[in-house]
Write a protein that binds this ligand. Sequence first.
Ligand code: HEC
Length: 157
Amino acid sequence: MKIAIAIIIVMFLPMFTNFVSAAPAQTLPKGYLSWKKSERKVVTDKNSLFYGIHYIYADKKAQSGYLAGNRFAEGSRIVIEFFNIKENPAVDGPKNMIVMMKKDKRQAATGGWLFAGFGADGKPSGLDPVTTCFGCHQKDAAQRDFVISTKKDFKNF
Ligand code: HEC
């Protein structure tokens, strides 16, 4: 009996440690403002989660992924900053939200991407990635490695 229990523990231990190491690191990468930046994107539909003005930033690996037709290597990182629309929509209002995706094969429930949401101050907003984030990405971009934007969203690619 004791042996049986020991065997069960040994069998499940790797799962448990894997689970612990898969706990998402919810921090924004430093220096993302110097990554490749998308065109300014304005969404005027107030029902959209992306209502407002936003810019997408892609690190080196993510740039290669976009160029390969949305096939991203492990570690690729994409960040979006969102801003309010002011009365004069040509000018960005205050920042209101930041989101990030990082390619991380441990995140099996969300297509091998870590999804994370942050406030304008860069602090994690604690959104649940499975229920809050993955649905749209799965629906709109299952054939594009769950990344909805493409290289067309960036200038000079
Ligand atoms: C209502 C649907 C929807 C939900 C929910 C959603 N997204 Fe997105 N996401 C989009 C769309 C549409 C784009 C493409 C934006 C563009 O092309 O400018 C996008 C783009 C992104 C990108 C840039 C890479 C890409 O796929 O184009 C990141 C990073 C991102 N979302 C993270 C998140 C995170 C984190 C969450 C959860 C907090 C989330 N998203 C929830 C629709 C959604």
